[in-house]
Design a protein around this ligand. Sequence first.
Ligand code: IFM
Length: 805
Amino acid sequence: MKYGYFDAEHKEYVITRPDTPAPWANYLGSPEYGAIISGNAGGYSFVKSGANGRIIRYRFNSVMNDQPGRYIYIKDRENGDYWSASWQPVGKDLDKYRTECHHGTAYSRFVSEYDGIESDTLYYVPLNKTYEVWKTKVTNKSDKPRKLSLTGYVEFTNSGNYEQDSVNLQYTLFVSKTYFRNNMILQAINENIKGHAGPDDSDEEGRGIWRFFGLAGSEAAAYDGDRDTFVGKYRDYSNPRSIENGCSNTLNFNTNSCGALQADIELAPGESKELVYLLGAYAEKGAKEIMAHYQDLSVVDSELEELKTFWHAKLNRFQVQTPDDNLNHMVNTWNAYQCFITFIWSRAASFQYCGLRNGLGYRDTVQDIQGIMHLDPELARERLTLMLSAQVNNGGGLPLVKFDHRPGFEKTPDDPEYGAETGHPAYRADDALWLFPTLIRYVKESGNWAYIDEVIPYANKEEGTVYDHLKRAIQFSLDRMGAHNMPAGLHADWNDCLRLGAKGESTFVAFQLYMAYNVFIEIAERKGNKEDVAWAEKLREELSRTLQENAWEDDQFIRGFTEENEVIGSRTNVDANIWLEPQTWSVLSGAARPEQAKLALDKVYEKLNTKYGAMVCYPPINRDGHPVLLMSLFNPTTKENGGIFSQPQGWLVLAETMIGNGNRAFEYYKEINPASMNEDADVRAIEPYVHGQFIEAVDSPFYGRGHVHWLTGTASTVMVSLAEGIMGVQPEFDGLRIDPCVPDNWTEFSMVREFRGKNLNVQVKNPNGVQKGIASIVLNGTPIEGKLIPEQLLKAENDVVITMG
Ligand code: IFM
């Protein structure tokens, strides 16, 4: 079943059937003021923290699903019939109720029509503002005058902390009150208390925590501030008492609070009326200023334009036109936008993440940076600097970088306080090693070679140049080697479910270390530091020998060793006898010999591939728990336990392009491209325009179903595999290499790419149907030697013609 389509021109996904198999969401605003909204206007908003600054409710795991949200009810006052501007919560018969939800870049728009009344409702958070705007335009398309009531509705939390709000009712029910003043419902929490530290605004005397829900464009004819009065006994959001009977001007006291504002309007045939609802965590003075800003409703148009310009300018730095529309939609809009959302929000808030994590995960964040590198290298640099400052002076990364991170003063996993505060009691083996692929991408994208010598503090004490940080990251692994002279797996490597400990070893981390040596050698050579080059080359050779002697088994790499020297991921194991990560990373790191690379990737194709992507290991563990392989916690075929884990799919696509297999790389890409499932959306369930964390694998009763939408490292690995692998755009220190690896039936494609402030319009021709290889490059009419387009030859605008062959 198909529920919508991609609108490439407007960079939107348009949901045409609102009864989607799961809530299909969009992100508005930023973590300063964040809002998540589904295709039925379900979702929640928060200020600064999804866990502690939640201002409106959304019930996870609840029936009704995907409620509550940002509702606008429309009622015909003459016949008493009512519906909502989004299909839910009233849920009218879809034969009579026509609707489209346009999810765009940081806005969502719902255009609906029922019984001759059209509503066009836009939700957004203005750029760099900390409140949200809902603008609705209602048009009478019938041939008779209509008397309508429009009621905007939100269910406030009684505490910003969503756990307190959900469970500590003996307290939170008795601290909130609502008022109706100046066309707004004002909610006060702990109104008598001064000096709250929470993110919500206090009044001018510093009292209380305040939120507001206001109406501009019409006087409120009636209101409610008490949720239970609004909904009414034994009813729900599909049939609230205050919609059937009209709002009753009831404010809450020792009950749940809400904001409901009813506007009564009359429309002649063809006439339209516009209203704006405003929501935020402001006390009366601030709220009034915001309300005043919207007295002229046309401000909404300019704010929407500003948002679009902001986002589209970022996305337009890299646009492709290939024979595959589904790939184009993702590269040009949705994968790119998801990379930004994941980068900005980390794992803060979604319909699965509640905002409980009080910081940035080291590994996730350093990888997320790669996804936006080509679109905003300066933003990437800022975050990279933060992550370098969260490296401990022993070279390891802090597993969690707190939102209030103070470089130079942090406790580390060596201090018990750090584990107690963050829930991370020990180092993970991979964290700081992610710096290598990310940092080298930054320097090559930006050309900012001086960054290598920038001095950045360590998390706990001391400081060093970026170069020094890299050297210490290597040293961290060298100080923690196991019996086979491979890095220990510690508390986890990329795979959170591997507890290899201080002596168990991880081939994944060994490949990461191998890549680290390569990057370090490249940088040290360019710096002219021969001693360091020799040091790293010797270590790389030793590691290569170790890997060849201990980690290669006929046609696959093993996953590692337990502390008891048991082999994980051996072809002779009963469970989990082939793993995806070491096969892909053996290639990405350059450690696999050419024949091993081919064998290892062929093995993946043979044993792990499915029509929805490659499983992370096979067979899943389906027996007693294993102290090292924690994935046995999960149902087989799920997540790390043999699920089609989405993040490694990007590594797989990239690895195939590195060995020149364009056909297979593209086959894998199609398998995991959410857009490929647009026509089959019931199988995938989650949004066809964003990646999720994993897909249930072959033996699942729900094979193909996706989970954990939006905030996932998949966004960045897949984007890198598309940009660098398939499209082949690889920045180098001195220029841009464009070396595509594509299916052999792509005869022609093009792209535009910004590189260091210059624009390149690239036409690629593939007359002989090859998968990889460059016959010629013509830059601005002049042929150039080799595959690298030198930076110094670039003008402001450039035409590049590449012929593959
Ligand atoms: O790598 C991790 C990530 O950090 C969190 N989600 C699961 C991944 C694989 O275990």
